[in-house]
Design a protein around this ligand. Structure first.
Ligand SMILES: [Ca+2]
Ligand SMILES: [Ca+2]
Length: 69
C-alpha cells in the first residue's frame, strides 16, 4: 500500500506539471510571441511561477523563458 501511495503521488506530480505545460502558442492568445501576465493568468500554477520564469523581468515570458518551466 505504501508503494501504491508513492506511485500515486508521483503520478499526481507528473500530471500537475503536464497541466502546467500548456502549449506556448495556446497560451500566447494574441500571438505576439510572448506570454503576458494576463495570458498567463489562465494557469494558477504558471502565475505562481511567472516572476521566477521571467528572467529578464520584462513582464512577459518569451518562448525561451517559458521552456524552462
Ligand atoms: Ca502574447
Ligand atoms: Ca521576459
Amino acid at each position: 500500500m505504501k508503494t501504491l501511495h508513492k506511485t500515486l503521488a508521483l503520478v499526481a506530480l507528473a500530471t500537475s506539471s503536464a497541466a502546467f505545460a500548456a502549449d506556448f502558442d495556446t497560451l500566447d492568445v494574441n500571438g505576439d510571441g510572448a506570454i503576458s501576465k494576463s495570458e498567463a493568468s489562465v494557469s494558477e500554477t504558471l502565475m505562481s511561477q511567472f516572476k521566477e520564469l521571467d528572467t529578464d523581468g520584462n513582464g512577459e515570458l518569451s518562448k525561451q523563458e517559458y521552456s524552462k518551466a
